[in-house]
Design a protein around this ligand. Sequence first.
Ligand SMILES: *Cc1c(COP(=O)(O)O)cnc(C)c1O
Length: 407
Amino acid sequence: MNQNLTTDRQTFVTHLECSITGERYEADQLHGLSRAGRPLLVRYDLDAVRSAVSRDTIEARPTDLWRWRELLPVRHTSNIVSLGEIETPLVPLTKSGGPNVLVKDEGRLPTGSFKARGLVMAVAMAKELGVTKIAMPTNGNAGAALAAYATRCGIETIVFCPDDTPEINVREIAMQGARVWRVNGLIDDCGAIVGKGAAEGRWFDFSTLKEPYRIEGKKTMGLELAAQFGWKLPDAIFYPTGGGTGLIGMWKAFDELETLGWIGSERPKMFAVQASGCAPIVRAFEAGEEHAERWEDASTVAAGIRVPKAVGDFLILRAVRESGGQALAVGDPAILKAVDAAAKQDGLLLCPEGGATLAAYHQALNTGLVDEDDKVVLFNCATGLKYPMPEAPQALDRTRPIDFDAL
Ligand SMILES: *Cc1c(COP(=O)(O)O)cnc(C)c1O
């Protein structure tokens, strides 16, 4: 265990708050959605945080997720269940992106995706609050992260995924100790099963944003970016948006950092990137709506962002609008072309959702939403190694003469 985690401590959480009505909820109790059916946001005593810790103190600590502990909800470090949550690197994508394009490569986190950030926090809080059984709908990566962390601390898990979820995800979920079921429907159909079981008291519902602590884990992406950019944020962030936890979390992080006086009031333009085969947020953004209707017949190669209906839709839309950014849709051919370009030209293997952000960046460049001088961060949210690749079938018979010129 890293030296950040050696002493037990109290945190600075004061209460939780309904994201739509502002209604107050007590800390240290188990909560799902608010009474209004919307996500709860965790609130901290930021004045006390400011007196307790400085930017310099944080920078002197090891560069992992737990260096931010004063801004995280876990009360007792003994409840932290860690698999080694590193700060992820910013990798330049000079050729397929441009001179000012950096990829935040989240594929290097435990279980190979940034779902680890959210689930490490949510599982620690579930443990702290005495939960023994958790169920979740997933398109793959969230289920894998849940299975890993919950198994590690002895919490039972049942995971439901659409029956066309990538095979590797279904198997890693099972391998890491969860009971996993393939369901003939989409993620919100799986969510309905989880909700029904939760209403019957069978398990705790871990659907995206239906428990309050995943956002806090995902918030660390925004905290890390601030530190990595020397406490000035980039000009634009392209985020592949399904449930939107990361975008909402980063936006919350920036506000908390500004209140602490650690960054100024400037914000990046936030671009919520979706696939044209499932773009409810883009449709709502363009129509000027506050909420997004369910997208029917959702389909895209980027499974992680195939989310027809997001419970935090209004939080995503609010952040994008306040930031002066946009919601952008890109087609599957553009996504696959971007994955190919990043791998072939820059040697960086992106997941399809990461490819979507690269495709959206070029779209934004062409339409003047950003320019080449803007410092841009693209999120690659999972390792490209989890996804199918084109075959490489060439073989060599070493017992025959070899045509070296043809190799
Ligand atoms: C879950 C997931 C997303 C979407 O993340 P949200 O924060 O839920 O919008 C994007 N890419 C990958 C690879 C994912 O697993």
